[in-house]
Design a protein around this ligand. Structure first.
Ligand code: GDP
Ligand code: IMO
Ligand code: MG
Length: 430
């Protein structure tokens, strides 16, 4: 029987624990590929005493012999990539012959970072709360057909022309509108041509490579970054990232057709978090939010920013199910809820006197919705050492069953700690 090809996506606003689950599932996949985002992502994988945070490299990399690829949809800051590869080398992870980068990936240039930060300053109170890594401006240049692709770094003349063209507008903006320093094109050309030389051995025609492998019987796991509601089309716009995070984006982001996909795994926390600005209907203010933040160590893996915390929101998951075509679900961080007397689940929103079971599309409506909660009794036991569903406290089981019922999705895996083995498998995925 053909091995399954799957897409893994976050169902909320990112940081659902994708890194841990992808590392765990990678044993069942021959190829693991990222398809969008850049080093705004921070995917944590814990292995013994090591806690690794992957910003670009797919979270399957610790599974030796697996092929890991950055698809064309990923935007790459080469300096960050090399730093990450260096730290893998230091801990003895051999990536030779099994880590590749699509030659069509767009490069995050220093002017993208400067633009990102300056624009946020310009927005003032209306800031997005970006990671400041230049992600948005790099994608803007891609769509504006001004972007520099990985392959362009190998051609000095082409690189020269592209950087000069791109800086014509940007230096004007920096100098006259944003009050920032301008860039010297020659410095950038020299630096990025050298970086291209370092990158060259990793570059491949990723789509051609993957398609060939799939024909030979290999299977692939496509690793999403960010989360469904940070999607540029379907998220809480404008408080979103600049790529399509949903499963549909996975295919374009690596160069495969939709007919290869056998399943889409959605990862959700047992509660909700969000980092950065923007709507968050079930957000908990004050001490209640701080309790989950402290217990769950909810601080950004990349930026260290405190994450906003709130109750599990069924509306998000219902909508994410449709947006991604979710077939299987993983619930992470259930252990964090131990010791909370009364838990709440947001089952819908009240808008102008009616109950709605989806997220509003208009900004104006966000301000008017009131979340509707259902209360569920909590449990006090530490569950981090539980390995089977039946050994969970009865209220934890009820909580999970209620989530399954309300979302109409099966829970395949429950995660109850950071470590790879801290999981409860209810139904197998592959
Ligand atoms: P990602 O971006 O989706 O990969 O998630 P992050 O790595 O940014 O954030 C998830 C955080 O939760 C990391 O610090 C993980 O080590 C941690 N984590 C993952 N699963 C669990 C779990 O089941 N329980 C607890 N307590 N921590 C977890
Ligand atoms: P992982 O893959 C959580 C958020 C930022 C900001 C918005 C736009 O680890 O789940 P950007 O820098 O992308 O222009 O910022 O998106 N954001 C994330 N939040 N997890 C992430 O990645 C995120 N990547 C971006 O905080 O609100
Ligand atoms: Mg993260």
């Amino acid at each position: 029987m053909r091995k399954k090809n799957i897409v893994v996506v976050g169902l909320q606003w990112g940081d659902e624990g994708k890194g841990k689950i992808i590392d765990l599932l990678a044993k069942n996949a021959d190829i693991i590929a990222r398809y969008q985002g850049g080093n705004n992502a921070g995917h944590t994988v814990v292995k013994g005493d090591l806690s690794l945070i992957f910003r670009l490299v797919p979270s399957g990399i610790l599974n030796e012999e697996k092929i890991c690829i950055l698809g064309n949809g990923v935007v790459i800051d080469p300096l960050v990539l090399f730093e990450e590869l260096e730290s893998l080398k230091k801990i003895g992870i051999n990536i030779n012959g099994r880590f590749f980068v699509s030659n069509k990936c767009h490069i995050i240039m220093p002017y993208h970072k400067r633009l990102d930060i300056a624009r946020e300053r310009l927005r003032g109170a209306g800031m997005i709360g970006t990671t400041g890594r230049g992600i948005g401006p790099a994608y803007e240049d891609k769509v504006a057909r001004l972007g520099i692709r990985a392959i362009d770094l190998l051609d000095r003349e082409l690189l020269h022309d592209k950087i000069v063209l791109s800086l014509k507008e940007k230096n004007y903006l920096f100098k006259n509108i944003l009050g920032e320093k301008v860039f010297n094109p020659d410095d950038l050309i020299n630096e990025y041509f050298k970086l291209g030389d370092k990158l060259k051995d990793f570059l491949i025609d990723a789509s051609g490579f993957i398609n060939e492998k799939l024909k030979k019987g290999f299977n692939i796991m496509l690793e999403g970054a960010q989360g469904t509601f940070l999607d540029v089309d379907h998220g809480t716009y404008p408080y979103v990232t600049s790529s399509n995070t949903v499963a549909g984006g996975a295919l374009a982001g690596v160069g495969l057709g939709p007919t290869i996909v056998d399943g889409v795994i959605g990862i959700t926390k047992a509660y909700t978090t969000r980092v950065g600005e923007g709507y968050f209907p079930s957000e908990l203010q004050g001490d209640a939010g701080a309790l989950i933040r402290d217990k769950g160590e909810e601080f950004g893996s990349v930026t260290g920013r405190p994450r906003r915390c709130g109750w599990f929101d069924v509306n998000l998951i219902r909508e994410a199910k449709n947006l991604n075509g979710i077939t299987d679900m993983v619930v992470t961080k259930l252990d964090v809820l131990s010791g909370i007397d009364k838990l709440k689940i947001c089952t819908g929103y009240l808008l102008n006197g009616s109950v709605i079971e989806h997220l509003p599309s208009s900004i104006a409506e966000y301000g008017k919705i009131t979340p509707i909660y259902e209360e569920i009794r909590g449990w006090s036991e530490d569950i981090s050492n539980v390995r089977s569903f039946n050994d969970l406290p009865v209220n934890a089981r009820k909580y999970l069953s209620r989530i399954e019922e309300l979302t109409e999705l099966p829970i395949n895996i429950v995660s109850i700690g950071k470590e790879r083995m801290q999981i409860i498998t209810l139904k197998s995925i592959f």
